[in-house]
Design a protein around this ligand. Structure first.
Ligand SMILES: [Zn+2]
Length: 114
């Protein structure tokens, strides 16, 4: 069942609306203030980050490394590992495989879903 997210124009909070069918008409109401001036919010999950956005959000891989170090596959691997370590998370298998490939000199597809 698809879930649509709406932003309330009155209180600016998000309301999630379950819809039975993708093409069904919904008249969402704000679940926080009851407002009816709702605006469809763009799903955060569907937004793919560009390389530039990643750099802006997380900074360059190494202090003083500059944008070029990001293009070094070995740097990318180390950076991702450190990130997950800092977050106290295990590295997903997919990322592990990608990093291993990168270290063998194989430059992977652009980082998408990290
Ligand atoms: Zn509201």
């Amino acid at each position: 069942m698809p879930i649509y997210e709406y932003t309330c124009n009155d209180c600016t909070r998000l309301t999630s609306v379950f819809v039975r069918r993708v093409d069904s008409q919904v008249a969402p109401k704000c679940q926080h203030c009851g407002g009816e001036r709702m605006q469809r919010a763009i799903s955060r999950v569907a937004v793919h980050k560009t390389e530039q956005q990643i750099l802006e959000e997380y900074g360059t891989p190494q202090p003083g490394g500059g944008p070029d170090s990001y293009k070094d596959p070995r740097q990318i691997g180390r950076w991702v590992e450190q990130r997950f370590e800092q977050m106290g998370m295990d590295l997903p298998q997919e990322a592990r495989t990608m990093i291993d490939a990168a270290r063998e000199g194989e430059f992977p597809a652009p980082v998408k879903d990290l």
